[in-house]
Structures are given as C-alpha cells and as structure tokens.
Ligand binder design. Structure first.
Ligand SMILES: N[C@@H](CCC(=O)N[C@@H](CS)C(=O)NCC(=O)O)C(=O)O
Length: 222
C-alpha cells in the first residue's frame, strides 16, 4: 500500500492527497506533527531520513521513496495513468506544468505574505504593523492573479481542457488564500464558479473539510 507522510495544514501534501483520491488509489496516511508556534518541529524521523529538505509530502510506493509534490504527482501519473491528471498533448502538458508552478511558486509568495493571519500576533507592535502592511500589498498582488485566472476560465469548466493537476494546484493555493482571510471572488465570477465546482469534487471536498477542521484545532486566529 502507498504510504504518505502529510501535514494537517500542508498545502503541498494535500495536493498529493487529492491526486491519489482522484486516481482511486488507497493510501496509508501518516500526519506529521504541526503547531502554529513551532511549525513542523520536531521533524518526523522518516521525513528527515527521506527528504533532504525535511519537508512533507513524502511518499513511499513499492520501495520507491519520493518527495516534492510535483515529482510525486508526475510519478503517480507515470505509474498509475488512469484516470489521467495531465493532458496528453505536449503543448497542453507544458501549460499544465506552468500553471502548477504558478500556483506553487508564484502565487504562493503573496499567500505567504498573509500567513501571519493564522499565527499568534507578533509581540512587537511595529513588527505586527509591518506584517499587516505587507499583507495588504500581498492581497493586491493576489487580485492580479485572480483577474488572470478569471480571464482564462471564460467559457470553460477547467483551467485546461479537462480536470488536471493545474486545477488541483491552483485550487489549493486559493484555498489557502481563503483561509488566510483572502480578498474574495466577488468581482471574478468565472473564478468563483470554478472554485465551487472544484470544491464539489469528492476528493477535493474531503481535503477542504479536513483543513477547516485542522484550522479549528490549530489556528485559533482564523
Ligand atoms: N516544494 C515542496 C514544498 C514542500 C513544503 O514546503 N512543505 C512544507 C509543508 S507545506 C514543510 O514541510 N515545511 C517544513 C519545513 O520547510 O521545514 C513540495 O512541493 O513538496
């Protein structure tokens, strides 16, 4: 059975959980410890042993130890191709990978800029005020991404022709923006309905519900 080391509030691990469920693959999940105060410290020994970056997700399948959500998703596609989560055509496949990268590395930057909202307030008021100000700039940047995504979704149900890893990755990043008191989607109707459509998929709904529950336990500020 596939083993997955995940985290209750780990956006990257949850991408993998959604992909596994969408592919109908059973997995044995171990949640590593996490608190808002200490993050992932102390690190789980298996995660430390397998991932030189000491991060989740870490997956073990049939003796293969693999980390990095993108590498894991690509492995799952190669090893378990049905149902596909990447487009067949090379051009669309490249677009899918670029959208995933946009979610994980570009949009994540402004999302990280509002993460202070689930952490305890900084004891020094000036530093807390700096965080709030940086959070406002991050929101403005996020709105530019909302606008791009809203345009891309004009007249289509998914970011590409079919449901793909691009939808999973962008959904997860936006879900994190939402739990961090995001700017809402009022002015972005295509994005709004796409977000609801993604959230209605059983694999996605389960993860979103678990994150909401974990937040109630771990993030009193949300
Ligand atoms: N690029 C990595 C990012 C993984 C990542 O940032 N994991 C976080 C949890 S979401 C983590 O384990 N952080 C602990 C740390 O960096 O010490 C991926 O896609 O898997």
């Amino acid at each position: 059975m596939i083993r997955l080391f995940s985290g209750p509030l780990s956006l990257f691990s949850r991408k993998v959980e959604i992909a596994l469920a969408e592919k109908g693959l059973a997995f044995d999940r171990e949640m590593v410890a996490f608190t808002q105060e200490r993050g992932y410290e102390p690190k789980h020994p298996t995660v430390l042993a397998i991932n030189p970056k000491a991060q989740v997700p870490v997956m073990i399948d049939d003796g293969l130890e693999v980390h990095e959500s993108t590498v894991i998703l690509e492995y799952l596609e190669d090893r378990y191709p049905t149902p596909p989560l990447y487009p067949r055509c090379a051009v669309e496949r490249a677009k899918c990978r670029l959208l995933e990268l946009t979610a994980d590395e570009i949009m994540l930057v402004p999302v990280a800029g509002i993460m202070y909202r689930t952490e305890p307030p900084h004891p020094h008021p000036d530093i807390q005020e700096d965080r709030v100000e940086a959070g406002r700039r991050a929101e403005a940047e996020l709105l530019r991404h909302y606008s791009d995504l809203n345009n891309r979704l004009d007249g289509r149900d998914y970011l590409l022709t079919e449901f793909t890893v691009a939808d999973i990755a962008i959904f997860m990043t936006l879900l994190f923006a939402r739990r961090l008191k995001w700017p809402d989607f009022t002015d972005y109707p295509n994005l709004d309905s796409w977000f609801d459509r993604m959230g209605a998929r059983p694999a996605v709904a389960k993860v979103a519900a678990e994150i909401a529950k974990a937040d109630r336990q771990l993030s009193p500020q949300t």
